[in-house]
Design a protein around this ligand. Sequence first.
Ligand code: ATP
Length: 239
Amino acid sequence: MSEAMLTVKDLNVAYGGVQAVRGISLEVRAGEITALLGANGAGKSSTLLAIVGSVKPGSGRVTFEGQDITAQPPEALIKKGIAMIPEGARVFARQSVEQNLHLGAYIVRDQAVYRQRLQQVYALFPRLQERREQLAGTMSGGERQMLAIGRALMSGPRLLLIDEPSLGLSPLLVEQVFDALAELNRQHGLSVLLVEQNMAQALEVAARAYVMQSGRIAIEGTAAELAASDEVRKAYLGM
Ligand code: ATP
């Protein structure tokens, strides 16, 4: 069994009087895609933002490979090998595709490593290579999501945290983006925490999953267990 790479223990997040995350614990195992699922407002994004220190948790602990990383700045996490793609795939609109990728590699000093990563990103998303001179702001939603993933990969992460990559994409593009995550996981051993509302498609690529409801983990298990569970099928998959 693979061991836990990222561990979240008893995490609480509150915004003023609103308790968004109510004492959740979860783990992402090395070499696996783990999905964090749930409806609008369940507390998924707040969990992710607290993991990367963008939101200060009221209490709880986050560890990465055994080290406490609770409330560390983004730069420290990137250096440890953690990359985060926030919801909405924000890219630098007035910069070209390739400039965006270059910006993602700001911690990379070795030119050979930089070129190799760029080639890997272009091999994964040939569309980005075709459009390398295009301004990122003029790319389609799906292309921007690919660019956001590509930019995150330029830092050479071992763990990728990604918030709702399917948002606003057509089913075909969702499949392409999820296929890319699966390929990165299979071929490069990239570990992923995939935050998603699109439960059916997320369960196809994930090894295990957690379902959040009103700030708590309501259900957890392997993706196969969740996909077969009557509760999940009725309440979340509309079957
Ligand atoms: P979605 O899929 O819609 O993004 P989510 O599961 O990611 O939902 P969160 O965005 O974490 O859920 O929101 C959880 C709760 O916290 C919601 O009730 C939301 O309104 C509230 N919330 C989120 N961000 C803030 C904020 N900055 N200030 C106040 N309340 C917030």
